[in-house]
Design a protein around this ligand. Structure first.
Ligand SMILES: [Zn+2]
Length: 279
């Protein structure tokens, strides 16, 4: 359980860093001034955290960790600090679902992260990486990516934001932007998200790819994340460009990535700006 414990402790911290970079009040300032959070109660809606009980032994350990670390509460508070939410009760929940997945449900105003997604990420980390640091970074990257991806679906639904093209591509972009905005650590987490899609692509049968799916193919999603990381700082990430295992972003895509980064980050900023508490 060591990977899970460290990653879970880090997720709330990194989520706070990302949301602060994107306009939320820094968590430290809020904690230093309890009046600030009091003054917000009753003003619009708010996310609350629900760590649901589980039957499976491993999932029970996860619920214990999540409750001890207060990860979900911290993340929910981070959302509340960032957003002007319309009146209503919004839920951020972890649950046993019977599948490794995550969902936004507009009817219930609820983001659900399945425990199975966490345990699947840990298993993939064990299979694909050797050092504890690499495993931790991978699991943290997958968790952050999942949270920001589902937050993206929630934001589109709550604010009735226009999306052209696939919604799932748009919320992948938002997830990449939020992670990249953290800085060095977040750029690495966004690359871990890319890795997770390369790993998923490697596990899938290429003859039966779901071309009808609302998501882009796993490999396309991987290149999209890598492109935004590279595009955010082409000099720093020059080593990503090439056709080897370590340099996996082909030049043909890479040359357009700085413009892609500028466009998608400007688009998301423009769409979200009216809904941020900082605006
Ligand atoms: Zn989605």
């Amino acid at each position: 359980m060591t990977v899970k414990m460290r990653s879970i402790a880090v997720v709330a911290f990194m989520m706070g860093a990302a949301l602060t970079a994107c306009g939320a009040e820094p968590m430290a300032a809020r904690q230093a001034d309890p009046a600030t959070s009091d003054s917000r109660s009753g003003a619009g809606g708010a996310f609350s955290a629900v760590v649901a009980d589980a039957k499976d032994d491993v999932n029970q350990e996860l619920t214990k960790l999540l409750k001890e670390e207060k990860t979900l509460e911290e993340v929910a508070q981070g959302f509340n600090d960032l957003l002007k939410l319309p009146e209503g009760d919004y839920v951020l929940a972890t649950e046993e679902c019977g599948q490794a997945n995550a969902f936004w449900s507009p009817d219930d105003k609820k983001i659900t992260i399945c425990y199975e997604l966490l345990t699947d990420a840990v298993a993939k980390a064990e299979e694909n990486f050797s050092t504890e640091q690499e495993k931790d970074d991978y699991v943290t990257g997958v968790l952050l990516d999942t949270l920001f991806h589902e937050l993206g679906h929630a934001l589109i639904s709550i604010y009735d934001l226009p999306t052209v093209g696939k919604e799932d591509d748009a919320v992948d972009q938002l997830s990449a932007i939020y992670m990249i905005e953290i800085g060095e650590a977040g750029q690495n987490y966004a690359l871990q998200a890319a890795q997770s899609y390369f790993i998923a692509a490697g596990d899938s049968d290429r003859d039966s790819l779901p071309f009808y799916d609302e998501h882009s193919m796993d490999e396309q999603r991987a290149y999209n994340y890598a492109c935004l990381v590279y595009g955010s700082d082409p000099e720093k990430f020059a080593d990503l460009v090439g056709e080897t295992d370590d340099s996996y972003l082909p030049q043909a895509r890479a040359e357009r990535c700085p413009e892609e980064w500028a466009k998608v980050s400007a688009a998301w900023n423009k769409l979200l700006e009216p809904h941020l508490r900082s605006s």
